[in-house]
Design a protein around this ligand. Structure first.
Ligand code: GUN
Ligand code: ZN
Length: 442
């Protein structure tokens, strides 16, 4: 088979470490079969003048964004229902919507709206919850292949007679396990020439699953080696519900069920303590920090800095539709805002010394690192950086409106503007596995 090659001439901005911005000025990137084969200064390579793609003077290339946590069937309710508490939101609002995905045609229409929109926002990798419906979940994986998005796609397992409504649940743990196996097989059988999609084992969260189901999905993870995703210590209600039911905290309970594994994606984690973080680190699992969702449903700010300092892998999630944005960059900006508010505190009646948690802030570089390298570390994938040996998943961003070079700011300041201000309008191109999947319309 002949190999496929592309060359891109660009200035790269990226964050190899949580506190380091790297600028690769005017380089030629050679991509072979989706992998970055070489990066050299354009001035050193005569081929630079004939690059297949050349970015404009006020454009930069950045690594693709990784959305570690979102609920695909909740796409139509994005931005709504945030007056409710999490448990009410799920039962009154979200489960009725998810139940509609029994209708595969409805599902396909949603996937064909959602996947291109996420790509246009720079989400080159997404870790999806589907619904309990196997056909709709397979159709989601198929849509990711067709639109060219890298994805982990999970059929949701949820069988608890009290934690789920009778009209939206798996009828028994055995049925949930069999449907999970069937969903995995269907996704693995799809024609996926670029190997973009992977199944992922998806117990919704402890309140929605019986002990038997949780243990059997833990066994399945061990047997199959597939990744696991679930929610962990998201809000007060869920966190205390798990303690009352199991006698231990969420992270420990998941561990006892065999679900806290290498690269298990734990969504939210706003109520994790130091012991939980130590356990997560020991197991090699990671946290999908969903800062916009946490504002409405978390009852707390996830201490991202504390988790990073504890050596835990942390990336970002939009939690569509728990958070009101499909943009990982918007969540990176919110992660920075939330961390600052955690540090300063929010109650003006308190003395400033008592108001917040010292040492909690993160800056724009760390926020961007979470959106890229952080997600790659959680998933243990060669993504997150434009570096030889990694897959070429990248986003070109026009700074012409938000941070043009003629304003005379240093790259660090312009980078802050990119992180805080860039959105879909500024994204001029998106590549996944070396293939261009979004081209600016203007
Ligand atoms: N916990 C269990 N299910 C969900 C969900 O759909 N969204 C959020 N935010 N939390 C959950
Ligand atoms: Zn979620």
């Amino acid at each position: 088979m002949s190999s496929e090659q592309t060359t891109i001439r660009a200035t790269v901005w990226q964050t190899p470490t949580p506190d380091g911005l790297e600028v690769l000025d005017d380089v030629l990137i050679r991509v072979v079969d989706g992998e970055i084969a070489s990066i050299v200064p354009a001035a050193d390579d005569p081929a630079a003048d004939d690059a297949d793609i050349e970015l404009g003077a006020d454009e930069v290339l950045v690594p693709g964004f990784i959305d570690l946590h979102l609920h695909a069937p909740q796409w139509p309710q994005l931005g709504t229902g945030y007056d409710l508490q999490l448990s009410e939101w799920l039962f009154e609002y979200t489960f009725p919507l998810e139940a509609r995905y029994e209708d595969v045609e409805f599902a396909q229409a949603m996937w064909d709206s959602m996947v291109p929109t996420l790509l246009a926002n720079g989400t080159t990798s997404a870790v999806y919850y589907g619904s309990i419906h196997t056909p709709a979940t397979t159709a989601l994986a198929q849509a990711c292949i067709e639109h060219g998005q890298r994805a982990w796609v999970g059929r949701v397992a949820m069988d608890h007679p009290e934690g789920t409504p009778g009209w939206y649940r798996d009828d028994s743990p055995q049925i949930a396990l069999a449907a999970t196996r069937e969903s995995i097989e269907q996704i693995q059988r799809l024609d996926d020439p670029l190997s973009l999609v992977n199944p992922i084992i998806t117990p919704r969260f402890i309140p929605a699953c019986t002990d038997e189901l949780l243990a059997s999905l833990g066994d399945l993870a061990e047997e199959s080696g597939l990744l696991v995703q679930t929610h962990c210590s998201e809000d007060d209600w869920e966190h205390h519900h798990v303690i009352e039911r199991t006698g231990v905290r969420d992270a420990t309970a998941l561990d006892r069920f065999g679900l806290m594994r290498q690269s298990t994606v734990l969504a939210h984690g706003g109520h994790l303590n130091v012991d939980d973080l130590a356990l997560i680190r020991e197991r090699g699992a990671g946290v999908a920090h969903c800062p916009l969702s946490n504002i409405y449903f978390g009852n707390a700010v996830f201490p991202a800095k504390m988790a990073l300092d504890a050596g835990v892998h942390v990336g970002l999630g939009t939690d569509v539709a728990g958070g009101p944005s499909a943009s990982i960059l918007a969540n990176a900006a919110q992660a920075i805002h939330s961390a600052r508010m955690l540090e300063e505190g929010v109650d003006p009646e308190l003395a400033s010394i008592d108001r917040g948690r010292a040492g909690s802030r993160i800056d724009a570089i760390t926020g961007f690192w979470l959106a890229t390298v952080g997600g790659a570390l959680v998933l243990d994938q060669p993504l997150g950086l434009i570096e030889v040996g990694r897959r070429f998943d990248a986003v070109s961003v026009s700074l012409a409106e938000i941070a043009p070079s003629d304003r005379g700011y240093a790259a660090e300041r312009r980078f802050e503007q990119l992180v805080r201000l860039a959105g879909q309008r500024e994204i001029t191109g998106v590549w996944v596995e070396g293939q261009q999947v979004v081209t600016a319309s203007t």
